[in-house]
Design a protein around this ligand. Structure first.
Ligand SMILES: [Mg+2]
Length: 316
């Protein structure tokens, strides 16, 4: 595993989040009048350029927990609550842009519910809130067997998102990103993920049964779809589709994340997920420096990300 890919993935989340945040909830048509080409700030949120949101904060909480104490779900949950309640690992000193399902989970954790039981399990609780922050777990468990990696990924999802569809989205994402980490081309990684998706049935039938909701991904047709067919809302299936589509139809980090955020709707999260894929594949060295330098708390997040990468490289 290369340091450039690990750091690129984590920083890719934050760059995608920061690029998309100013146009969050705008439609594709609205954004097209004035497309995002740079880290602007402003917009609906009125934040300064380089501000980042929940997607990045929870990704950083997870990465920090994994490098400081290893895999410990109670510690991950504890840091998520610190983010929610105290603004831990936020650029503005308070948590914001909190998803509904994540908020329910945080309140349950505060009331003493066990981490794996905290995430709501009803079918309406399938926002992208666990997918957007799962990357550090993917990187941490990438050396494990499919079975173990998927088990762990599902557990980490359940801290905020307990429905099998959310768990499956995180599993498919992890199967894909792991191939990118190995150095496979995006198309090869996509094909391998599609092939391996069927093994989820053997790991957990309940989760495997959700594969029908990911038909456009599993069939292989996704990259050939027209932009007008890609929705990019907060529903976890739409977000995964939009991120994969943006990444598979471009050939640089910049193009992938800009294509993603210009799709509209849940721009920061779709940007973050796309940024994670593109960051792993193209590497940190291919993320534009002028974007990195604009990120709020740049030194702090770089130091955290470096320590996370160090831990992974030491143990694998
Ligand atoms: Mg956000």
């Amino acid at each position: 595993m290369k340091r450039d890919a690990i750091i690129g993935g984590v920083m890719g989340v934050i760059i995608g989040d920061a690029l998309g945040l100013p146009v969050q909830f705008m439609t594709k048509t609205e954004i097209k009048k004035n497309p995002i080409t740079d880290m602007t700030g402003g917009g609906a949120t009125g934040l300064e350029p380089g501000a980042w949101s929940d997607d990045s904060s929870l990704t950083l909480c997870l990465a920090e927990s994994l490098y400081e104490v290893g895999y410990n779900p109670a510690d991950i949950a504890r840091r998520f609550v610190m983010w929610y309640r105290d603004g831990y690992l936020t650029p503005l000193g308070k948590s914001f842009d909190i998803g509904e399902t994540t908020e329910i989970a945080m309140k349950r954790l505060i009331h003493g519910v066990a981490p794996f039981k905290a995430g709501p399990t009803d079918a309406n609780s399938n926002g992208n809130g666990s997918l957007m922050r799962i990357l550090p777990a993917t990187l941490f468990f990438a050396h494990e067997s499919d079975y173990t990696m998927i088990q762990r990924i599902c557990e980490v999802s359940k801290i905020t998102h307990g429905h099998p569809r959310s768990q499956l989205a995180c599993s498919l994402y992890s199967l894909f990103v792991r191939e990118l980490l190995k150095g496979s081309s995006p198309q090869k990684a996509y094909d391998t993920m599609r092939l391996k998706s069927q093994t989820v049935f053997f790991i957990d039938r309940k989760i495997g049964k959700q594969l029908s909701h990911f038909k456009r991904i599993i069939s292989g047709e996704l990259p050939d779809l027209d932009e007008s067919d890609i929705k990019s809302g907060g529903y976890v299936v739409e977000s995964l589709e939009a991120a994969l589509w943006s990444f598979l139809t471009t050939s640089s980090f910049e193009d992938a994340v800009l294509k993603a955020v210009n799709l509209g709707w849940d721009t920061d999260t779709v940007g973050a997920i796309t940024g994670s894929m593109a960051g792993v594949h193209y590497g940190f060295s291919n993320i534009p420096d002028h974007w990195l330098r604009k990120l709020l708390d740049y030194e702090k997040i770089m130091s955290l990300t470096n320590q996370f990468a160090e831990r992974i490289l030491q143990t694998k």
